[in-house]
Design a protein around this ligand. Structure first.
Ligand SMILES: NC(=O)c1ccc[n+]([C@@H]2O[C@H](COP(=O)([O-])OP(=O)(O)OC[C@H]3O[C@@H](n4cnc5c(N)ncnc54)[C@H](OP(=O)(O)O)[C@@H]3O)[C@@H](O)[C@H]2O)c1
Length: 283
């Protein structure tokens, strides 16, 4: 019989394993972190030890989310900032407020997003600018504005991390009436690779997560309609929507020691939607 001791000190391998997925003591900013995917990411980062700043236009919603996540007793602390990343002034304001909280930033999650749906013929001109401002211009401008803080915490063996939240529709030519949204996400994936190359020399990694369908305000038109939800789930190869644990796993890997050598990747998190072959042409 083999006796396995339960109170032996952790072997170095075990410590390494925890460190691979830990964000202990790191500072993270999650835009749009009060709701949906951003909130799932903010909660995951706080649980793995990061001090998390949640920012979006509605400061009260950010404060409430920060309080609710804090009540889950995570290791990291939570902060809330109200700012509109859809404008030049709003981005500058957010950068200033972040700098007032911390001298350095380890993790930037560009998650804030908006969409607009209308038929091709009547798709409003203004819907291009407003969607692109939040989904594409903001990740670029925020990265620019926060670069001094990101550089301060970036180290060759533990780079600062930027995660852009793209979308499955950024990799496949599907718009479903959301023309500017799909184009903004495709452009964000492209920008992710460009920024990854640009910032690698500063020890900053840039990757994108391309989610499939997750429950949120933005996807409520699917998740709150039973028939539509059944139809959507039947098309997802793994047979279900994505959830908080799916996001947490990937975010912990990307932001802990485990993700230090990965940059410029567009990571599908979509239950296999991205590998569904096109409808057969010949049969
Ligand atoms: N849910 C999905 O299935 C899915 C799939 C693929 C990709 N995504 C992407 O995931 C990200 C999060 O979306 P979600 O699905 O979680 O929807 P959501 O709950 O509606 O989240 C969008 C967030 O963006 C914030 N936001 C919108 N405009 C803003 C602005 N001008 N300035 C600052 N913050 C702003 C909103 O907060 P305020 O209203 O307080 O500003 C909100 O917290 C988006 O980039 C979306 O494109 C979602």
């Amino acid at each position: 019989m083999t006796t396995v001791s339960t109170n032996a000190p952790a072997a170095p391998g075990q410590e390494d394993f925890v460190r691979l997925f830990s964000t202990l003591g790191k500072w993270a900013l999650v835009t749009g972190g009060a709701t949906g995917i951003g909130r799932m990411i903010a909660s995951a980062l706080a649980r793995s030890g990061a001090n998390v700043i949640i920012a979006s236009r509605k400061e009260s919603a950010c404060r409430q989310a920060a309080e609710e996540i804090a009540a889950e007793a995570p290791t990291g602390a939570l902060f809330a900032i109200g700012a509109d990343v859809g404008t030049k002034e709003g981005v500058a304001d957010l950068c200033e407020k972040v700098a007032a909280l911390t001298d350095g930033l380890d993790i930037l999650v560009n998650n804030s997003g908006k969409t607009w749906g209308a038929p091709f013929e009547s798709f409003p001109y203004e819907a291009w600018q407003s969607v692109l401002s939040v989904n594409l211009t903001a990740p670029f401008a925020l990265t620019q504005g926060l670069l001094p803080l990101l550089r301060r915490n970036a180290q060759p063996d533990d780079p600062a991390r930027i995660i852009n939240i793209g979308s499955m529709v950024g990799t496949q030519p599907i718009a479903e009436d959301a023309y500017s949204y799909a184009a903004s996400k495709a452009a964000l994936h492209h920008l992710t690779r460009i920024m990854a190359h640009e910032l690698a020399g500063s020890s900053i990694t840039v990757n994108a997560i391309a989610p499939g369908v997750f429950e949120s305000r933005m996807s409520a038109y699917v998740t709150q309609d039973e028939d539509r939800l059944d139809r959507v789930e039947s098309k997802i190869p793994l047979g279900r929507l994505g959830n908080a644990a799916d996001l947490a796993g990937l975010v912990h890997m990307l932001c802990g020691r485990g993700g230090a050598y990965m940059t410029g990747a567009i990571l599908n998190l979509d239950g296999g939607l991205g590998i569904v072959p096109p409808a057969s042409i010949f049969s």
